[in-house]
Write a protein that binds this ligand. Sequence first.
Ligand code: NAD
Length: 483
Amino acid sequence: MSNESQDIIVVGGGPGGYVAAIRAAQLGGKVTLVEKSKLGGTCLNVGCIPTKVLLHSADLLEEANHANDFGINMNVNGFDWRKVLKKKESISSQLVNGISGLMKANKIKVINGTAEFTSSNTLSITKADGTKVTISGGKIILATGSVPAIPPIPGIKENENCIDSTGALSLTEVPKSLLVIGGGVIGVEFASIYSRFGTKVTIIEALPKLLPLMEGELTALLRSDLESKGVEIHTEAKVHSVESSPAGAKVNVESKGEIKCFEAEKVLVAVGRRANTASLNLDKAGIENDRGRIKTNPKMETNVKGVYAIGDCLGEVMLAHVASVQGEIAAENAMGMDSSYNGKTVPSCVYTNPEFAGVGLTEEKAKEEGIEYITGHFPLMANGKALIMNGGTGMVKVILGKEFKEVLGVHILGPRATDIIAEGALAVGMEATIEDLIETIHAHPTLTEGVREAALAAENRAIHAINKKVEGREPRLIKELVL
Ligand code: NAD
C-alpha cells in the first residue's frame, strides 16, 4: 500500500466528477480523480448520450417514413438494430475518449479503482488490479452518482425479462412488446424509442399523469401524441406483482380498484434512481446522509470539513447538467473561492418526439404556492418552422407574475424544445419581464418565435393565433386557433 497526498480528490468520473476535476485543475489544484468503471459515468455510458442516440435513430426512421409527404421518393427498408447499437457504442466511446484527453490536458491523475473512507479525510482506494492506495490530506469531492432503484414488487428480481434502463439500452433485438413500469422521464423516453421501432409499448404510471413534475397541460398533449402513435398508457395504475409467462412476463396491475393483467416480452422498471453511496463507507467519515443521500449546503459542503458532494449522490435533482454546475461550485469552494448553487434556472428536458422542456414554475406549482400569475399560450401549429419540421402538435406556455409580469416559467412541447428552453432559463434567471421577451427580436422562420408569441398571447396580442380579447377565450385550443 502506498500513501499519497493531493490537493483535491474527486470520487466519480461522471459529468459531476470530471467537471469538478477540470475546474479544480484550472484553479491550480493538484487533482486526482478516482473512477471504478469508465470515465463519463452514467451519462456518457448508460444514460443521456446512448439514449439520445437511440432516440435519434428512431427520429430518422420516423422522418424517413414521412419523407414522401415532402416529395422525397423513399422506400424505407426497415432498420438494422445491430448498426443502431453500434452507432450508440461508437458515439459513447468517442465522448469517453474525449474526457480521457481532457484529464491528460488538465494534468489530472486518474486512478481506476473504488474509493472508501477510512477516516474523515482519508480514502482507501482498491485499484482494478487489486492493489490498494491511501490518499489523505486533501479536499474530497464526492460524485458517485446514482443507480436504478428496483422497487420491492414481488417477482421482479427473479424475472430475467425485467430490465432496467441499462438493460434497455443493449437489448440484442427489438422486443415485440414492452411494458414500462413508471411514466417518468426514463419510461417515456424508452416508450418513444421502442414504439417507433415497432414494439407494442404499454406504460403503467402510479400517479394521475405522466411526467408528474412537468407542466400538466403540455404533459396531456404529449400523452395524446404518444397514444396516437400506438403507446398504451395507464395512469393511476400500480404494478403489484410480476410472474413469468411464455411471452416473457405477466404483470398484474391494480387500477382504480380493478386488477388488470398485461403480458409483455420485456418489462422496463423505471421508477426512479437512488444515490450510489453504499461502497463509500460514509459512516466511517461521519458524513451526514439520509439513507445514503448525502446532505450538503448550497456551497456543496457536507457536514465534514473539506468534504463536498455533488450530483445524483445527493438524491435530489438527478440531472447531468445539475451535477456539472455543482461540480464547478464544489471545486471553486475547495480551492478557496466562495460559490453557491442556485437551482432556479435548471431546465427539465425530455427527448421524445415532440421534445418537452420546462424551466421555472409550472402552473400547478404556482397554484400550490399561492402565487398570482397569468399565462400565455402559443400553439406551434401556427408556427411555420414547426410545420416544416412536421412538429405542429406542440405548444409554448409562459407563466408570468400577475403584477410585474416577470417570467416565472417557460414550458415547451415541440421540435427542439430542449434547445429553445435555454432562452426560458435565461429569462427566469435574470427575472426578465414580458417586455424583455417581446422586445427581443426573434428570427423568422424559427421555432423561437413561439416563445415571443406566447409572451404576446399573455397580453392578448399574439399575431398568429386568435386572442382572448378577439374570441373571448385563451389561445390554447390548438385546432380551433390556426388562422
Ligand atoms: P422519475 O422519478 O422521473 O419517474 C418515475 C415514475 O415512476 C414516477 O412518475 C412515479 O410516479 C412512477 N412510479 C413509481 N413507482 C411506481 C409503481 N410501482 N408503479 C407505477 N409507477 C410507479 O424516474 P426515472 O424516469 O426512473 O428517472 C430517474 C432519474 O433519471 C430522474 O431523476 C430523471 O430526471 C433522470 N433522467 C433524466 C433524463 C433527462 O433529463 N432527459 C433522462 C433519463 C433519466
